[in-house]
Design a binder for this molecule. Structure first.
Ligand code: GDP
Length: 478
């Protein structure tokens, strides 16, 4: 009885109403009062239990010492905004293309590998291609640690800034060694010595001052000393980490990035952490399952196998998994499907329990005005493929400036389905129905999940309203 619970919570010193949430501690206290044992289980623990019931031990390098082989370090680039993280990632990626794949164009798949020569031997390094510590933190929040080494980028003309400190704290908390890239040394105002002094105060003392952190002066723009930076990464890995994994087991690892591709279906970039992934393997990645139909590297080349620390784009999954979720190779398709179904059911239950906040075009506008939201996700459904394409083309032509991103995460012909609503709920998207209506329980579900469906029968009207919302001019609907 909610009223009785509120009363009881009140006597425990918690002033709450029946619809409010309480913290874990209070929940445990409440359990004691009621003679229940309350066990708070994290989603990660719950998932570990699920996998154990299938005899799978995620994270364990099976086999002994002899089975372990060296693997390349996995690197994340962090630092203050505008200090050159993106530019550095681009420069490192492109510098390597020249050597290896003459004329090859690297695609953004979420991670890439480069090689550098250190002491006469070729040493690969894997980069996670999403700059900033948000990605790093999001993965850690899911209990996943993908990063072995962090490159902390500090602009030499700007010095240590708040996000520099934040980033270094994140890396320290995760126990990840840091290599400092002092960037923009091509600039006249560059003062790399000052950066060294500033960071020493935060415990990152340069080697040349007797500390154990490697600092490399670089210019992402001019392509200066990038080889030295790569060498510093390798040397830091050799000095402080023992990076080894068993390549001879069923592959396990993490999803780095995933999306729905118009032609290829769900596409996920995974990072193999142990074992070797092969085309034809049955895998489960988060709530998605399937058989690896094909694997591509960052040059678009097909891969037959992916060994530890190798990022690869995987085709053949049933749905789109989330970044930071784990993937595992399992015995057969049946087991993959069973695990995926259990995970999906749990995700759905958790989502419903959260009582979704309604997401509307008006909400988007309000949060954009507050500077919170910069991304509007849309799902387009239309009666004929021509109208969907016309809608998408016109949307692409809206000039939204640099601040906001308009992203069409899915499109299709036909009625709005429950699957559409599911995807919209999971990615905070709004559904645009052009001359179509919801089918079956889709409308009911949208209502429950707080997904807005907007209906149109004239293209320019749809475009006008979306454009207005993006520019913060939408009139409220009553
Ligand atoms: P992020 O926010 O850390 O990803 O920074 P960006 O990579 O977007 O870089 C911010 C700005 O600094 C861009 O205009 C870059 O072109 C510029 N920039 C990045 N690296 C260098 C560099 O080494 N030298 C100079 N002069 N400009 C740079």
């Amino acid at each position: 009885d909610p009223a009785a619970l509120v009363q009881m919570l009140f006597s425990l010193g918690e002033m709450v109403t029946a619809t409010e949430s309480v913290n874990d501690e209070t929940l445990e206290l409440l359990g004691e009062e009621l003679n229940y044992v309350v066990q708070v289980v994290s989603p990660e623990d719950e998932d570990r239990e699920l996998l154990e019931s299938f005899d799978i031990d995620f994270g364990a390098d099976e086999g002994g010492e002899d089975d372990l082989a060296h693997r390349p370090p996995v690197v994340t680039v962090m630092g203050h905004v505008d200090h050159g993280k993106t530019r550095l990632l681009d420069a490192l990626r492109n510098a390597n293309v020249g050597d290896k794949e003459a004329g090859g164009i690297t695609q953004h798949i979420g991670a890439y590998q480069v090689t550098t020569e250190v002491d006469g031997s070729e040493r690969p390094i894997t980069f996670i291609d999403t700059p900033g510590h948000e990605a790093f933190t999001a993965m850690r929040a899911r209990g996943a640690q993908a990063t072995d080494i962090a490159i902390l980028v500090v602009a030499a003309d700007d010095g240590v800034m708040p996000q520099t400190v934040e980033a270094l704290n994140h890396a320290k908390a995760a126990g990840v060694p840091i290599v400092v890239a002092v960037n923009k040394i091509d600039k006249e105002q560059a003062d790399p010595t000052k950066v060294r002094g500033q960071l020493s105060e935060y415990g990152l003392v340069p080697e040349e001052y007797g500390g154990d952190t490697m600092f490399v002066d670089v210019s992402a723009k001019a392509g200066l000393h990038l080889d030295k930076l790569l060498e510093a990464v390798v040397l830091t890995a050799d000095a402080s980490l023992d990076l080894r994994a068993n390549p001879n087991m069923d592959a396990q690892g993490l999803v780095v990035e995933a999306h729905l591709d118009r032609g290829r279906g769900p596409v996920a970039t995974i990072l193999v952490q142990r074992g070797t992934l092969r085309v034809g393997d049955s895998i489960v990645a988060g709530p998605a399952h399937g058989r690896v139909r094909a694997m591509l590297d960052e040059y678009g080349n097909e891969l037959e196998v992916a060994e530890p620390s190798r990022p690869a784009m995987v085709l053949g999954l049933s749905s789109v998994p989330g970044a930071g979720q784990n993937f595992i190779v399992v015995e057969d398709d049946r087991m993959a499907r069973q695990i995926a179904e259990k995970r999906e059911a749990r995700e759905r239950a958790a989502m419903q329990a959260k009582r979704r906040v309604r997401r509307t075009l008006e909400d988007f506008m309000a949060s954009m005005e507050k500077g919170e939201s910069q991304e509007l996700n849309l799902i387009l459904k239309g009666d004929v493929s021509g109208s969907v394409e016309a809608l998408e083309d016109s949307l692409a032509q809206i000039d939204v400036g640099d601040e906001v991103t308009l992203r069409v995460i899915d499109r299709g012909v036909g009625a709005i389905t429950e699957t559409n609503v599911d995807l919209a709920a999971a990615s905070d998207a709004i559904i645009i129905g052009f001359n179509v209506r919801p089918q079956g329980k889709a409308a009911q579900m949208a209502d429950k999940e707080g997904v807005e469906i907007r209906y149109y029968s004239v293209i320019y009207q749809a475009i006008e309203e979306i454009e207005a919302a993006l520019k913060g001019m939408l009139k409220p609907e009553y």
